[in-house]
Structure formats: C-alpha cells, structure tokens
Design a protein around this ligand. Structure first.
Ligand code: NAD
Length: 497
C-alpha cells in the first residue's frame, strides 16, 4: 500500500507519529493509501523549516521569485494530466472535471507570476515641502493553509503560490482524505527551483491543525472547509493573534425568473447541481422558481438529470463520479430518504444506486426534490451531494427574501432576460459572488473569491487583490530630504500638518 508522508525543508519526510489515516478510492471503496498524520512535534518541524527559509525568501528579489514561479507554471502545465489522475484516484471526480480543477489552480499561479505589478506600491511626491510618502507592502512571515477534500489541488493553489510570491513561506495541511495531489505540487515547485523550506506540506488531522492555530511562529492562516470548522479556525487563530481568512460552506441559490430561457436554466441547474456529484462549495443546491414556471422547469431538469452517466472518474464515459466516503454517501442518502416526510415531492430518488463491477464504490444517483420547504433539513443543511432542492416563490421579492434569509452567502445566480431585474438582484442579494445567467460564478484569478455571512469569516476574500493584501502588510514611509541649501527648520512642538 502506498504511504503519503510529509514534505518538510525541501524533502519527503516520513511520518514519525505512528498514526496513519486511510485514503480510499471512492470508485472501488478500497483503501489504496495510508496518509501519515502529523503530531504537534512534526508540525513544529515544518514551521521551523518555514521560519528558517523566510530569513532569505522574505528578502529575495522579485525577479528570483517570479523566475521560480514561471518555471513552476510550466511544470504544472506539463503535469496537468498526472495531477488530474491523482485527484480522480482519491477524490473520485471525473477526469475532465479534475483537469478543470487543475486549470483553475493554474490561473492563480498565473496571477502569482505577475506579482511584480501587484506589489509596486504607491508613491506621492512633494506632499509637503521636500516630503515624499511611499506605501509599500511587505510579507508576513510563515503562513499556514488548511484545505478541504473537494478541490485537493485547486484550493491549495488558491493560497500558496500567491503567499510565496509575496515573500512568505508556507505550511500546507491538505485534506487527509486526498493528500497526494498537494504533495505532488510541492515536489514540482521544488523541481522549479523553490528553495528548501519555502513550501512545506504536513499531512494530518485536527491535531496538526490545532498546533498550527496556536503556533507562535505562524503569522496568518488561510482556511477553506466547512462552516463549523471555519468558525473554529477563525476564533482560535484570531485569539492567538493571527491574521485569518476562513472560507466556509454554502447553500447556493439559483433564482429563475418567469421570463428566463427555461432550457438554458435547466441545463445550468443540472450542470451546477450535479457536477462533481454536488461536492463543490459553489454547487447550486437550491433552485427558486418564480411565478408559474415551476412545473415546467422541474420537468426540464428531470429530463436532463435522468440522462447523466454515473461511473468511475477514469472512464471517459462517466459524467459524474462517486462521493468521497461511504459515510458521506449514507449521510446524503439520509436527506433524500427524509425529504418526503418533511413535505417535499421526491421527483428523482438517487439512493440505492450502484455501478456494475464497482459495487463497493461510494455511489449515489441524482436526486431532485420539489416544493421543498425552507424549514426542512434538506434545505437548511449543506448536503454536499447530488441533491437539488426546488423551491417555489410567487414574486421576485419573495424569492430574494428567501435567499437572503439563508445563513450562507457564498455564490448565487439569477436567470432572466430582464436586465433591470438582474441589476436589482446583483445589488440586493446578500452573497459574495453573483452570476447573471452564469450558474457557478467562480471569479477569475484576478478578481477575488469569497462569500458573505457564514460562508466566510474574516475580512479578506481569497486570491486576486484581496489575496495579495491578505499575504502582505502595509507600511507607509514618509521621507524628507532637505535641499543642501535649506536652512535648519528649528524645533517645533506642533503636530505635523
Ligand atoms: P472540513 O471542514 O471537514 O475539513 C477542512 C479541513 O479542516 C481539512 O484539512 C480537515 O483536516 C480540517 N479539519 C476537519 N475537522 C477539523 C477539526 N475538528 N479541527 C481542526 N481541523 C479540522 O471540510 P471538507 O469536508 O474537507 O470539505 C467540504 C467543505 O468545504 C464543504 O462545507 C464546502 O462547502 C467547503 N468548501 C468551501 C469552499 C469555499 O470557498 N467557501 C471551497 C471548497 C470547499
């Protein structure tokens, strides 16, 4: 059986805690790999390596940093397929989807390659006689990143390329459910010429995370995962004096107005609800049908959902793969099983589904629940599986109020042909990312990604300008160089004006 260890100080380091976690191929249900779970001492070793590397990386030239980043980008491009295969083997998503994930991660590496422009700073000359003011941004030191299972390559790449480009060193704690892709990224970055200790990977669980949150040498923490853990990370790391951005879970709504192109809306709903088996923080999990279109829209969604091919991610015929674990599959199935008793119409029931030849895989089919009530469990919880809830609203205002009453505020979308209604929606909806006829509005790398309310704790969204701001701190330098011909200014106890 393969064992995944740690990457500390520029080399693979065997796990010494004696504790290992299982990594499963979700399509077969077999444990293929064991992952070392770091002790607090092993986390300390990674932080020490990062701290030592910061002494020179923090003052390295922009030219050196971008040179390594451009080489990393080229290696990543060459190894897209290999990384996508690692993702599919441990996460289960279909190969094409995994390639998409690598591409979206690469986009942030592109952004990091252009860090020279972002770190240019600002200069005002002659703000007073012979006085200039410069605003500069400097790195923080050692930054920690803690990432979820559902994007094992992309989410780490939302963090470390930009943090490292800004001059920080990094300790990544990937999800213990699918750790191999992150480790491979660290190897490639080292191959690109990244000095030892600038990027470290410690595998582990709560023990490793909690040590990072309290470690005095960790200056900042980027977290992406579920809302309860995001809240814990934000509270604990903040209490320990760290800068924190903690992105949490979601319940993303798609508002379909009566004038929308219903075929386009149904295509979008099926793609966004069932892609990656619904294990996306930007998945559409609730469609709100406004006016009299509900029955027609549900029929169109059903017709499309029934045609989706489910199978192992490495099979090019598969459009949707299995769920991450059997326990998660059973939890998702529980929401479908309980939906009717809580008033929903079960239009499609995906429970009990299996794939021939892969009977032990973590399969579940597509489920479609109609007329779901806002106080049902299927609506209130983030299910994180291929279950789409449809809700009905009489008017735009009712639909908007329903969406804004959700504790989550990650992504949302409106489908309409009415520009005025779309404009109102984008201003009135309480969410961090809005799509207009775009079901999964994940911002491009040079705009930041982040939700509102229980979908993000902290002030900074991730990547884009917010990313650069998060990974640097501002300093303002006020300079006076007197002209050699100037007379001495003399003593003045007044406040400088
Ligand atoms: P998770 O919260 O269970 O785990 C995330 C990370 O936290 C992992 O590295 C895990 O080891 C660690 N962790 C888990 N329990 C912990 C604990 N008690 N104490 C300390 N650390 C702990 O999330 P997941 O199941 O891996 O990922 C799915 C979740 O992530 C979903 O809720 C999804 O919406 C969310 N997500 C959000 C975004 C976003 O951008 N907002 C993106 C991707 C995923």
């Amino acid at each position: 059986m393969k064992t995944v260890h740690h990457w500390i100080g520029g080399q693979a380091v065997e796990g010494a805690s004696g504790s290992f976690g299982p990594v499963t191929d979700p399509a077969t249900g077999e444990v293929t790999t064991q992952v070392a779970l770091a002790s607090a001492d092993e986390v300390d070793a990674a932080v020490a390596a990062a701290k030592a590397a910061y002494a020179s990386w923090g003052t390295s030239s922009l030219a050196q940093r971008t040179s390594v980043l451009f080489t990393f980008r080229a290696l990543l491009d060459q190894h897209r397929d290999e990384i996508a295969r690692l993702i599919t083997a441990e996460h289960g998503k279909v190969h094409d989807d995994a390639l998409g994930e690598v591409a979206r991660g690469l986009e942030i590496v592109d952004l990091a390659c252009g860090i020279t422009v972002q770190l240019k700073g600002e200069l005002s000359t002659q703000v007073a006689s012979r006085v200039d003011v410069a605003s500069i941004r400097q790195p923080l030191g050692v930054v920690a990143g803690i990432t979820p299972f559902n994007f094992p390559a992309m989410v780490p790449m939302w963090m470390f390329p930009l943090a490292i480009a800004c001059g920080n060193t990094f300790v990544l704690k990937p999800s213990e459910k699918d750790p191999s892709a992150a480790l491979r990224l660290a190897e490639l970055f080292a191959e690109a010429g990244l000095p030892a200790g600038v990027l470290n990977v410690v595998n582990g669980d709560k023990v490793a995370v909690d040590r990072l949150l309290e470690h005095p040498d960790v200056a900042a923490v980027s977290f992406v995962g579920s809302t309860p853990i995001a809240r814990h990370i934000h509270a604990t790391a903040s209490a320990n004096g760290k800068r924190v951005q903690a992105l949490g879970g979601a319940k993303n709504h798609m508002l379909v107005l009566p004038d929308a192109d219903l075929d386009a809306a149904a295509d979008a709903a099926v793609s966004a609800a069932y892609g990656s088996a619904g294990e996306r923080c930007m998945a559409v999990s609730a469609v709100v049908a406004v006016g009299a279109i509900g029955d027609e829209l549900v029929a169109k969604i059903k017709e499309r959902a029934e045609k989706i091919t489910i199978g192992p991610g490495h099979d090019p015929a598969s459009e949707m793969g299995p769920l991450i674990t059997a326990a998660h599959r059973d939890k998702v199935a529980g929401y479908v099983a309980g939906a009717a008793a809580q008033g929903a119409e079960v239009v499609l029931d995906g429970t009990g589904f299996t794939v021939e030849g892969y009977e032990k895989g973590h399969w579940i089919g597509l489920s479609l629940l109609d007329k779901v009530s806002t106080d049902s469990d299927a609506y209130r919880d983030e299910i994180f599986g291929p279950v789409l809830c449809v809700l009905r609203a009489e008017t735009y205002e009712e639909g908007l109020a329903l969406i804004n009453a959700s504790p989550y505020g990650n992504g949302t979308a409106v489908f309409t042909r009415d520009g005025g209604a779309a404009r109102r929606f984008q201003l009135e909806v309480e969410a961090g990312m809005v799509g207009v006829n775009v079901p999964i509005p994940v911002p491009v790398g040079y705009h930041s990604f982040g939700g509102w309310k229980d979908s993000l704790f902290g002030d900074h969204h991730i990547y884009g300008n917010d990313g650069t701001h998060f990974y640097t701190r501002g300093k303002v330098v006020t300079t006076r160089w007197p002209d050699p011909a100037d007379a001495p200014t003399g003593v003045d106890l007044g406040f400088p004006r």
